[in-house]
Write a protein that binds this ligand. Structure first.
Ligand code: NAD
Length: 324
């Protein structure tokens, strides 16, 4: 399955991060011109260094909260907003910036999308469902989120961003597309940002103990980055009037965190052990997407198994330049 995208000049915000750099690389390979905006707060210029020589790739080091869009060319025809502090470790350290980037950043982008009459795809998250009271998460579930807990800066920021998108659509007919991304992994993740898969790979490679918060029986459904990119293409190609949130994830690959840790240790033939520590506040016990909506709308399906995706991700980190 290989889809073409219908846009030619795309602004990708957060383009130097994990998902953004993979997306920019795919778009450039597919002949699209990219304006990649990132303030490098968690992303890295190294993630896109292979693209910097390409004349269709333009890197702008700026903050979406304050960016003045006047410097962009007039033929930008779509925005993909991935800019956000996205790992728990990073948003615990910078909660106010996390919240404001979601709210003021999206507001700024919506004003620009409205003025130019262009599509905005907003990267939302399964975290909008909080610690869910149901097993399989459908887009109609309104969530169980604490607005005062330590994760609220991220969860509530993303929820407010969705609200702003919908209000701009209802009031001004701005063409917004909202995707709720579930746990995604792959090459170009930040090895130090504390997310489970890169953290476990890093520790296993160095024979250090793997730390799991809670009893390890909490499950996640893991989607490989290539499946997400294909889904983004499909959603971007949907008719512009389609505006409601849409889940993107891989319900077929649901594993406990302990199973993921054990698989990585085994695959790397590592001497690491697993240590269990106290559960983190508001950490959901289960997060499995219902993806009926995206399948019905686009025919997209996730194809990559955790086993296959982990091998590709491990291969990337085995050759990773840890000094960069
Ligand atoms: P990431 O941290 O690797 O990338 C985010 C990028 O946004 C970074 O390059 C960072 O420097 C940039 N950024 C942050 N604040 C900014 C600001 N104010 N102005 C400009 N740039 C800014 O994270 P990721 O995993 O690639 O996530 C990308 C998007 O997808 C995020 O919006 C995240 O919330 C969403 N998402 C990711 C996952 C996942 O599993 N990776 C799951 C759900 C949602």
């Amino acid at each position: 399955m290989n889809t073409d995208i219908r846009y030619k000049n795309i602004l990708v915000t957060g383009g130097a991060g994990f998902i953004g750099s993979n997306l920019c690389r795919k778009l450039i390979n597919d002949g699209v011109s990219i304006w990649c905006l990132d303030n490098l707060i968690t992303g890295k210029i190294e993630n896109v260094k292979d693209l910097l020589h390409c004349e269709r790739f333009h890197f702008i080091e700026q903050d979406i909260k304050t960016f003045d869009f006047k410097i962009l060319p007039s033929d930008i025809d779509a925005i993909i907003n991935l800019a956000s502090i996205a790992s728990p470790k990073a948003y615990y350290a910078r909660p106010i910036d996390t919240l404001l980037t979601s709210v003021l950043g999206v507001y700024n982008l919506l004003q620009y999308a409205k003025k130019e009459d262009i599509v905005l795809l907003q990267a939302s998250t399964s975290e909008v469902y909080g610690d869910p009271a149901c097993d399989i998460l459908n887009e109609s579930y309104c969530g169980n989120v604490s607005c005062t807990g330590p994760r609220a800066c991220y969860d509530e920021g993303k929820r407010t961003a969705e609200t702003l998108c919908m209000d701009y659509h209802r009031l001004y007919n701005v063409k917004v597309k909202i995707i709720r991304i579930f746990n995604t992994y792959g090459p170009y993740m930040d090895i130090c940002d504390g997310r489970a898969i890169p953290e476990f790979i890093y520790r296993s490679l160095h024979n250090r103990d793997l730390i799991i918060y809670g009893d390890g029986k909490q499950t996640r459904s893991f989607m490989y980055i290539d499946d997400l990119l294909e889904a983004i293409y499909n959603v971007m190609n949907l008719d512009d009037i389609y505006t409601y949130p849409i889940n993107i994830g891989n319900p077929n690959e649901e594993y406990t965190i302990s199973e993921v840790a054990e698989t990585i240790i085994r695959t790397l033939d590592s001497k690491s052990k697993i240590i269990y520590k106290e559960k983190l506040q508001d950490d959901p016990y289960k997060r499995k997407p219902d993806i009926t909506k995206i399948i019905t709308k686009t025919n997209w399906r996730p194809l990559v198994s955790l086993k296959e995706g982990l091998l590709k991700t491990i291969d990337y980190f085995e050759n990773y330049d840890y000094s960069a």
